[in-house]
Design a binder for this molecule. Sequence first.
Ligand code: GDP
Ligand code: MG
Length: 175
Amino acid sequence: AYSYDEECDYLFKAVLIGDSAVGKSNLLSRFATDEFRLDSKPTIGVEFAYRHVKIGDKVIKAQIWDTAGQERAITSSYYRGALGAVLVYDITRRTTFENVKKWMHELREFGNSDIVVVLVGNKSDLTQFRQVSEEEGRNLAESHGLFFMETSALQNLNVEEAFLRMITKIHEITS
Ligand code: GDP
Ligand code: MG
């Protein structure tokens, strides 16, 4: 999970979790390639993308895993070795916010005990359909000791910031 790699100083793994259709794959493609797929199709298995990030004089290679449409079939191997997690809900679907508790439970069960977690309320562009206030998201994050951010993969708002917050924190605690 955290080892030397010739193209970078550090390599580590992070995972995307959260209910189906909250925007995980679009957040990842924004962060990894700055592109947005309007009709991304669920695929089978696990996918991942890489992104190099420079912090100080170090180059960090983040390997970010995506559920690839198999949210209900996630197993412990998905979490194995992950130093970070981006836990996503959809601000326009309250059930996805209520399920954050369930995802936290899985993280505690399968993830590293010191995993860095960013709670992300995605689709902040859809203000007229909002079912979860920003304050509720922030309060939930605080009560679990998580970072928090609302994002829009569609408008590319805060996406970079959410991933970088996690990556910077992982770098802090592992270096
Ligand atoms: P996943 O199942 O969690 O990987 O979700 P996807 O990335 O496949 O996105 C599910 C649907 O939500 C797709 O139709 C996306 O176009 C849409 N979507 C994702 N992010 C946003 C966003 O920030 N704003 C809006 N309006 N739609 C989004
Ligand atoms: Mg997906």
